[in-house]
Design a protein around this ligand. Structure first.
Ligand code: FAD
Ligand code: MLT
Ligand code: ZN
Length: 469
């Protein structure tokens, strides 16, 4: 099919306003926000509903046109960016924004894949319920993108990843057929769990068009605290103590190294620092409950006893929500501050929590021996074992030296991750960023199984080619 005929058939399906052909207007859709992934596209197509997605996919199936699904384009692994061929279609879900049903009795919310995460959280709050997925990009990422990457964020410690928050899915397959699995059931053992195949598949198997999410009882509020410590191992011990003392009330436990926090104060939020003195490590802790009685005292007591025992060095418990918000702004600012400070060679890794401190000691040694001038930016969701172990390189580094440094750092850090039985991709997805490394760290059996699933569902390989696999 000629390009002209293809684009006019696209317009026939979704209307003039649903197809972007002008390269200047395509700019947002063909580059990622980190400035690392760039591409070109034959057209950006923005369907309004599942039937239109299905018709677009039938057309792409017929014409063997590759498709790159895109949500909010906030991903970190280049998964939503087309390649440079100009032959791929970007299928954006950003006009599929309807919340279809919020059911406070079944504790479920049914929505289109293009709904922004913050709007889902808001819709849950409106019926006095809680949707716990929370991440720095929540004002612009979509629930479809969260599902496709199985996003994590700060609530995983208590509520799990996006996968754990999902009951049902609707997916348009590469040939245009619609699988309607929009069921709000907590038990359904009628064969393979198909939704789990599509969650975390990064657009490589089909277009997620709808979702049924789990809702939870709304916490009456939260209590946050900021802790300073000399050693990472003390921070991990504190995590275990709080888990024992506070049980499920412990809703977040984030770690930041001094250098990560310094980036935020230097580049974004120069005025606020919760403690009077600097420490090598900080933790941001949150307790939440449906009953706030005694929550602040519980946290204060646990932290005071940790100070008395010499485990941590200092702490401050937020006295009100405004202070909590200021603390969280520091934590959530690290991603953006990194972008301003340099080019980050990112390592989004998961480790057994018991190995975190030893891993960091060994990884720090590797970086300091091989790259003594490069600052280590180490922070993350250590309550669930997820570190963002990043290394900053200067903005003006030459492209060839950047490539060489990245390859060497990735190999050394990821080899160490594997020695500790960890994962080289915890929450950001594989995309193009980790695709080639995956073969080094996954067994041939795992790779064979993944390739077999890909061939079975997408035999013509039109779904997000070159990503993940
Ligand atoms: P996109 O970036 O558009 O796409 C991501 C991938 O999903 C691509 O492979 C794309 O092809 C595919 N995809 C998107 N929509 C669909 C669909 N409907 N059907 C099929 N495939 C689809 N991530 C975390 O996990 N935890 C964090 O703490 C976190 N913090 C962040 C902080 C900031 C400031 C930023 C900018 C990003 C952060 N991220 C984090 C990364 C990012 O926000 C998540 O990966 C998010 O889930 C991506 O959603 P999106 O809608 O932007 O997806
Ligand atoms: C975060 O947790 O802030 C992001 O996932 C990490 C990053 O930007 O590397
Ligand atoms: Zn993260």
């Amino acid at each position: 099919m000629k390009q002209k005929e293809f684009t006019s058939r696209l317009i026939h399906v979704v209307g003039e306003e649903g197809v972007i052909l002008n390269p200047a207007e395509q700019e947002f859709y063909v580059n990622d926000w980190l400035g690392k992934a760039h591409g070109r596209t034959v057209a950006v197509v923005r369907p309004r509903n599942t039937a239109e997605v299905s018709a677009v996919m039938r057309l792409c199936h017929q014409s063997q046109t590759p498709v790159v699904p895109q949500g909010g384009n906030t991903g970190m692994s280049g998964g939503a960016t087309p390649d440079m061929s100009g032959a791929q279609v970007v299928l954006s879900l950003n006009r599929m924004k309807r919340i279809h049903e919020v059911d406070p009795v079944n504790n479920t919310l049914t929505a289109d894949a293009g709904v922004i995460l913050a709007e889902i959280q808001q819709a849950a709050r409106a019926v006095d319920r809680y949707f716990p997925l929370s991440l720095g990009a929540e004002g612009s990422c979509t629930i479809g993108g969260n599902l496709a990457t199985n996003a994590g964020g700060t609530g995983v410690l208590r509520y799990g990843n996006t996968r754990d928050l999902t009951l049902g899915l609707e997916v348009v397959l590469p040939d245009g057929r619609i699988w309607n699995g929009l069921r709000g059931l907590r038990k359904d053992n009628t064969g393979y769990d198909l939704k789990d195949l599509f969650i975390g598949s990064e657009g490589s198997l089909g277009i997620i068009t709808g979702v049924v999410l789990k809702l939870f009882a709304a916490p009456a509020g939260r209590v946050s605290a900021w802790v300073g410590a000399k050693e990472l191992t003390s921070v991990v011990t504190l995590l275990n103590r709080l888990q024992a003392a506070c049980g499920p009330r412990l809703s977040a436990f984030e770690m930041m190294s001094e250098s990560s926090l310094a980036l935020v104060t230097r580049h974004l939020d120069g005025h606020f620092s919760p403690l009077n003195q600097a420490y090598p490590y900080y933790a941001l802790i949150e307790l939440a409950d449906t009953n706030l009685n005694g929550l602040q005292e519980m946290l204060q007591e646990a932290l005071t006893s940790a100070i008395d025992d010499g485990l941590i060095d200092d702490c401050v418990v937020a006295m009100n929500e405004a202070q909590s918000v200021s603390m969280w702004r520091l934590r959530e600012g690290i991603s953006m501050a990194q972008v301003k400070a340099g080019k980050a060679v990112k390592h989004d890794i998961a480790l057994p929590i018991s190995s975190l401190a030893t891993f960091v000691k060994e990884a720090d040694q590797i970086v300091m021996n091989g790259f003594p001038d490069l600052p280590i930016i180490n922070f993350g969701h250590i309550g669930d074992g997820n570190l963002h172990y990043n290394v900053l390189v200067p903005l003006d580094i030459s492209p060839s030296l950047y490539k060489e440094t990245t390859a060497e750092l990735n190999k050394r850090i990821h080899d160490l991750v594997t020695q500790f039985n960890g994962s080289i991709s915890a929450e950001h997805g594989v995309g193009t960023l980790r695709r080639d490394e995956l073969k080094r760290y996954k067994s041939s059996v795992e790779m064979d199984l993944m390739n077999a699933i890909k061939r079975a569902i997408d035999p013509n390989q039109i779904m997000n080619p070159g990503k993940l696999l």
